[in-house]
Write a protein that binds this ligand. Structure first.
Ligand code: ADP
Ligand SMILES: Nc1nc2c(ncn2[C@@H]2O[C@H](COP(=O)(O)O)[C@@H](O)[C@H]2O)c(=O)[nH]1
Length: 434
């Protein structure tokens, strides 16, 4: 684990002094492992530059992810190939990306659950998937299937916006018995996506996901849900609200998904509403940056040193220097919020927006796992006098998440090839004060 106590810099983890307990602690020898586990539809992204006319012809919805039948997928593939439009092919899938990026950022393990073709030829999609996944992401628990993994046609418009057309193959054939109880039991978090319920009748993926969620509850492992696309939520927003209330601790979404879920167009108002059901919210808002909303204990709240921000909740960021807690761990829960504008105003030229939201979530997961890693290894640390969910303050997690999104916007693949630099002037407090 690239761990706050081992960093010289305080950029991503705002500790003003090194915790003295760490010096004599087992953290120094990396004794106890921590990892996150996730379930995904195993997909390869096939990226192509297209115009709006093609999206219309294939009845795709700009900026969204839709499943297409085999005939439409084949016609699309042939057209992209015939016109030499395919520019890149990468491993994809929203959770696969998130786990890969987490492993790259944290330099630590994640475990991916899903399916993989049992017969893999060099150069095939399955082969590409394996080659493009971090060696820190454990693929040993994947379930074998006879057919192909999924394909995600990642269609990039002139402005870099991505639209997805999914050809599922066997990606939804994960069975409940392929979810290892012990793997869920030992995880710092279970990460799932709303896409997992988008299946044909009879496909086992939703039951497999539910099995994992039930084990997560049994072992008090926080469930992290990313909302994927507004269309899945729009099918039955009340079902999702109930699901969040019953099963989820942390939710990640963009502003469109947030609106579909809550009926509220303002991302801060929507994030606040979602706090009625979960403990911590990450809401990305494209060129407007991102918001976080969570709970802290009233007596532990910490006032920001940043300017107070206007919004539907006036001066909403007043206590953004607080660390997030599970609501049930607070005697007097206080809602705390933070916002950050895109890092450096956003890249000069956005390669494409594919994976920008996944990137932000992987940074949040790094912070959450760093916290449980530190708690396991240094239980007496002053950091754990109160049971926090994150290692860092909301403000600092926002900064980190935003920085990772920026990195993803600057490249084609949704997956990071390397971690962030250890030191960056632009992440210093001084930069933001300028
Ligand atoms: N056009 C943009 N300009 C600057 N930053 C952007 C832009 N689009 C996205 N970002 C950055 O990427 C993050 C995630 O983007 P977003 O598009 O909201 O996620 P998603 O991929 O889930 O829809 C944003 O919070 C922001 O930091
Ligand atoms: N598991 C699934 N992943 C999907 C699906 N449709 C798209 N995607 C993946 O999302 C990422 C990008 O996410 P972003 O929202 O942060 O841009 C991309 O790599 C796709 O593979 C789906 O139906 N299921």
């Amino acid at each position: 684990m690239k761990f706050p106590g081992k960093r010289k810099s305080k950029h991503y983890f705002p500790v003003s002094a090194r915790d003295p307990l760490l010096v004599a602690s087992p953290v120094a020898s990396e004794s106890i492992e921590s990892y996150i586990v996730g379930i995904d539809q195993i997909l390869v992204d096939i990226e192509a530059q297209v115009d709006d006319e093609l999206l219309e012809r294939y009845k795709l919805s700009r900026g969204q992810s839709l499943v297409v039948d085999d005939d439409r997928a084949e016609a699309l593939y042939e057209e992209l190939k015939a016109n030499d439009l395919i520019s890149h092919q990468f491993a994809g899938g929203t959770i696969g990306n998130t786990l890969h990026n987490y492993s790259v950022l944290a330099d630590d393990s994640s475990i991916l659950l899903g399916v993989m073709s049992s017969n893999i030829r060099i150069g095939s999609y399955a082969y590409r998937y394996l080659c493009n996944t971090s060696s820190r992401t454990n693929l040993n628990y994947l379930q074998a299937v006879d057919g192909p993994i999924g394909r995600c046609f990642t269609l990039i418009g002139d402005n870099g916006e991505r639209t997805f057309a999914i050809s599922p193959g066997d990606m939804n054939q994960l069975r409940p018995e392929s979810i290892p109880e012990s793997v869920i039991a030992g995880a710092s978090a279970l990460v799932i996506t709303s896409y997992l319920v988008r299946c044909k009748p009879g496909e086992p993926m939703p039951q497999a996901a539910m099995q994992a969620v039930n084990w997560a509850h049994k072992y008090q492992v926080p469930v992290v849900l990313t909302l994927g696309t507004k269309f899945v939520i729009a099918d039955d927003p009340q079902w999702w609200r109930d699901f969040l209330r019953e099963h989820v601790s942390v939710v990640a979404m963009n502003e469109e998904e947030a609106q579909t879920l809550t009926g509220l167009g303002d991302p801060l108002a929507a994030a606040d509403k979602v706090l009625d059901w979960v403990d911590l919210v990450l809401c990305t808002a494209g060129p407007s940056g991102l918001y976080m909303a969570g709970y802290t204990e009233e007596t532990y709240k910490r006032q920001t040193r940043h300017p107070l921000l206007p919004g539907v909740i006036p001066e909403f960021n007043r206590y953004e220097f607080s660390r997030a807690m599970l609501r049930e761990h607070c005697q007097n829960p206080l809602r705390v919020y933070s916002h950050i504008a895109p890092y450096m105003g956003g890249p000069e030229k956005i390669m494409n927006t594919n994976g920008a939201g996944d990137g932000a979530l992987s940074a949040l997961l790094h912070d959450i796992t760093a916290n449980s890693y530190h708690r396991i290894n240094v239980p007496n640390s002053s950091k754990h006098q109160r049971p926090c969910l994150t290692y860092s303050s909301l403000a600092q997690v926002c900064k980190y998440a935003n920085r990772v999104s920026y990195q993803v916007l600057n490249q084609h693949s949704p997956r990071l090839t390397r971690g962030l630099p250890e030191r960056e002037d632009s992440l210093e407090e001084a930069y933001w004060e300028r």
